[in-house]
Design a protein around this ligand. Structure first.
Ligand SMILES: C[S@@+](CC[C@H](N)C(=O)[O-])C[C@H]1O[C@@H](n2cnc3c(N)ncnc32)[C@H](O)[C@@H]1O
Ligand SMILES: Nc1nc2[nH]cc(C(=O)O)c2c(=O)[nH]1
Ligand code: SF4
Ligand SMILES: [Mg+2]
Length: 210
């Protein structure tokens, strides 16, 4: 395949830069505790300084992989597939989600929502970032809003984001991992005072699973 041919397939979403795929338990948010197959797509330029997968950022480090292979592998493991990254919406997600749905699998996404929406999602987890705000489309699509709390300013940011999602969107505050001891007591107080919010923890890190 020439470079140009490969780029055309990437543009169409037939090839995606796959960093890793693994079967585990969804650790975060509404579906925490549910067995799921994770597909981690490389590439992200949002630049969160506390990102826990910085190795995902450069797309050229991750091999362009056929979505047929990704979906066939996924079907061997689980009926719930979580597509994450990196930032999956930097790529065209339609071919991948079409294949997953043809197989009767549930498609979940973890996204910052900073890029155009593509793909068909049964569950849309939006985690807004100050550096690159979500699109209006992403706010409308969100089933859960998961705001990361690194410092006190993040409570205000979280409220601003919550004002933009649908009324039935489930609202979560999740401590940034390195600040969890400092921020968790503040999150607890905040949620008790503002019970429209729920706490989300990265439970997979406590369980020592991927
Ligand atoms: C690694 S990101 C990939 C998907 C997408 N780029 C996003 O940010 O939503 C997956 C989830 O992990 C969260 N996350 C990343 N680093 C974290 C950290 N250090 N502590 C807590 N949550 C973190 C993100 O906010 C997001 O909800
Ligand atoms: N177990 C587990 N649950 C997760 N929920 C969201 C994750 C992500 O990195 O997107 C993640 C992850 O990396 N592992
Ligand atoms: S948007 Fe997601 S993958 Fe990108 S830097 Fe932020 S947390 Fe990491
Ligand atoms: Mg993670």
């Amino acid at each position: 395949m020439t470079r140009r041919e490969r780029q055309a397939l990437i543009d169409k979403g037939e090839l995606l830069p796959l960093m890793e795929a693994f079967y585990t338990i969804q650790g975060e948010g509404y579906h925490k505790g549910t067995a799921a197959y994770f597909v981690r797509i490389g590439g992200c330029d949002v630049g969160c300084h506390w990102c826990d997968v910085k190795e995902s950022w450069l797309p050229e480090l991750h091999p362009p992989t056929k979505v047929d292979k990704i979906s066939n592998d996924a079907a061997q493991y689980s009926d719930t597939i979580v597509v994450t990254g990196g930032e999956p919406l930097m790529w065209n997600m339609k071919p991948l989600t079409d294949l997953l749905k043809e197989k009767g699998l549930k498609t979940h996404i973890e996204t910052s929502g900073a890029y155009n929406l593509s793909g068909e999602w049964d569950w849309f987890c939006l985690s807004p970032k100050k550096n690159k705000l979500p699109t209006n489309e992403a706010f409308k699509a969100a089933h859960e809003l998961k705001c990361i709390v690194y410092n006190n300013d993040d409570f205000k940011f979280a409220e601003e984001q919550a004002a933009k999602v649908n009324e039935d969107c489930i609202l979560y505050l999740q401590p940034e991992w390195s600040k969890r001891d400092k921020m968790m007591p503040k999150i607890v107080d905040y949620v008790m005072a503002n019970p429209k919010w729920k706490v989300s923890l990265q439970t997979h890190k406590y369980l020592n699973i991927p």
